[in-house]
Design a protein around this ligand. Structure first.
Ligand code: CUA
Length: 159
């Protein structure tokens, strides 16, 4: 039986799509793709945050050139971030750990590459360095309930 030439072409095209799809899944699963959740993040009990680094949310120095900020994203605010801004030093490695005690939220520092999902039971880890003092908005970009659109905060990079 002879296969029409156009049919062959379309068979080839669909085969390429299937291979590309499988390849993209393998790529993502293997951890080489862009992570939505911190790949090195830890599991934790969302009801037991007082037993974790999130017991007292906020920032602190780890050593001379490393600053850590622990942030709790909850309906409908960031702690810290919403009621008081997150303050971080410029020209320093800054690591954010973010988690949620309730539902899925987003943590997006507008105008930077810092953008991740925040999932109950997981610790999202984001590391960066800000090279100049500046103020950034923080928004939740995952629908999380009635107050989602007002869930926002501020990040201030200080000299
Ligand atoms: Cu939190 Cu949307």
């Amino acid at each position: 039986m002879e296969i029409h030439r156009l049919e062959k072409i379309w068979l080839a095209v669909s085969l390429v799509f299937i291979v590309a799809l499988v390849a993209s899944i393998v790529y993502g699963v293997a951890g080489m793709g862009v992570g939505t959740v911190g790949d090195t993040g830890q599991q934790l009990d969302p009801n037991g945050l007082d037993q974790t680094r999130f017991a007292d949310p906020g920032g602190h120095w780890v050593d001379d050139d490393h600053y850590v900020v622990n942030v709790v994203a909850r309906q409908f605010l960031f702690q810290p971030g919403t009621q008081e801004p997150i303050m971080v030093p410029a020209n320093t490695t800054v690591t954010f750990y973010v988690t949620s005690p309730d539902v899925v939220h987003g943590f997006d520092v507008v105008g930077t590459h810092l953008n991740a999902m925040v999932i109950p039971g997981q610790e999202t880890k984001l590391t960066t360095e800000f090279d100049e003092p500046k103020s950034y908005g923080i928004v939740c970009h995952e629908y999380c309930g009635a107050g989602h659109q007002s869930m926002a905060g501020q990040l201030i990079v200080v000299p």
